[in-house]
Design a protein around this ligand. Structure first.
Ligand SMILES: Nc1ncnc2c1ncn2[C@@H]1O[C@H](COP(=O)(O)OP(=O)(O)O)[C@@H](O)[C@H]1O
Ligand SMILES: [Mg+2]
Length: 360
């Protein structure tokens, strides 16, 4: 193809695609192995819309980097995208013309930065989610404090005026304050758990217990809450099975999944079941709500992440992250699949014998 075999075999060793192009004609004299391995061609002419600038605007043929390089324009790290069959790839393109012979030869290199772009987009997402979290969290902290303050001030005013309350009146006045204190407690517990999980300090205290009893107890605790949301919460299959897990943490994980099923289950029936397997047990929580779009099914397990559907105001996006960390500390997994006919199915799968201490 060309008269410089030494140079070309050296370029073939590079992981970065390189083209050598004839001055004026833009004829490709040489494409190294990395360039030939791409699932699309870097050479012009490209199909309309196949080559785009950094903002995603299609480039006219004369602006194709190979055409520009062949005209002798030096390219100093310009970002160009190619829309290939497997999605778009971003390259930083460098080009220089060598006119030591006639016609000259331009050498172009294409550094693939698609991964960096993805990382940048992920970081932006994570930062955005954290900012939203801060504003929701401060709102969530403020509400119970306001209620508490009102209740206490009212009681104090009564005491100043020496109004004596009956036991029943006192109970009634204290009820909203207690409800808010419980809410605060849960919130602060979640925040503590997140910071522990972040630092890999999620320590387990495992004990041997019968899982079926625990599942029924937890469901019993949530049945009234589910009823208020219009859902029937039922324990389906739950054969007696002995496990060696951190009882409190597993209760917490199951509670988080059930709370979500109630919150996002659109008032449909919710079922909970335990399935023993060889050496492991799956806990499954299913609802008939709108479910989670396939593209969001991994992301929602990350801290502060929430999918697009309702209840945004009061949700912090920590519940599933904590479930995932509890699973991880037990050496297990948690995953989400869609239900046939709509709804979500969350499966927490843990080895029957979790190692004490958590995290490998
Ligand atoms: N059963 C479910 N059905 C539909 N969406 C769900 C379900 N469970 C969780 N999600 C989605 O996942 C997101 C993250 O859940 P979670 O971490 O528990 O946070 P939160 O409940 O505070 O929003 C929720 O905001 C919601 O969008
Ligand atoms: Mg939740």
């Amino acid at each position: 193809m060309s008269e410089q075999p030494g140079l070309e075999s050296a370029l073939d060793q590079l992981a970065i695609p390189v083209l050598r192009v004839e001055e004026g004609t833009a004829r490709v004299l040489f494409a190294n192995t990395a360039a030939r391995m791409l699932p699309f061609t870097l050479e012009p002419p490209a199909a309309p819309g196949a080559v785009l600038d950094a903002e995603g605007t299609p480039l006219p043929v004369e602006q194709h980097p190979v055409e520009r390089a062949a005209r002798g324009e030096p390219l100093e790290g310009e970002l160009v995208r190619w829309a290939g069959p497997e999605g778009s790839r971003a390259f930083v393109v460098h080009a220089r013309m060598d006119r030591s012979r006639s016609p000259g030869v331009a050498t172009l290199s294409f550094q693939d930065v698609s991964g960096w772009h993805q990382t940048e987009a992920d970081l932006r997402r994570a930062l955005g989610a954290r900012d939203t979290f801060l504003s929701v969290a401060s709102h969530e902290l403020k509400t119970p404090i306001t209620v508490l303050q009102l209740v206490l001030e009212r009681l104090q005013r009564g005491a100043h005026r020496e109004v004596s309350l009956s036991g029943a009146q006192l109970v009634e006045r204290l009820e909203p304050a207690l409800r808010q204190v419980r809410r605060l407690g849960v919130l602060v517990q979640n925040l503590l758990d997140v910071s522990r999980a972040r630092n890999n300090h999620f320590e387990l205290e495992c004990e041997r217990f019968e899982l079926g009893t625990l599942v029924r107890e937890v469901c019993e605790r949530f049945s009234e809450h589910a009823r208020q949301a219009g859902s029937v919460l039922a324990v389906e299959d739950c054969p007696p099975v002995e496990v060696h897990w951190d009882r409190m943490r597993v209760e917490q994980a199951l509670s988080n999944l059930i709370t979500n099923a109630i919150k996002y289950g659109a008032g449909g029936p919710i079922s909970v079941r335990a399935e023993p397997h060889e050496g492991a047990v799956s806990l499954r929580v299913e609802d008939r709500g709108p479910g989670v779009a396939e593209g969001d099914r991994e992301r929602i397990f990350n801290p502060f992440e929430r999918a697009a559907s309702g209840h945004r105001g009061e949700s912090l996006g920590l519940g599933l992250y904590i479930v995932r960390e509890i699973a991880r500390a037990h050496g297990g997994t948690v995953g989400l699949t869609g239900r046939e006919g709509g709804g979500s199915c969350f499966t927490l799968r843990l080895p029957r014998e979790a190692a004490e201490g958590g995290y490998e």
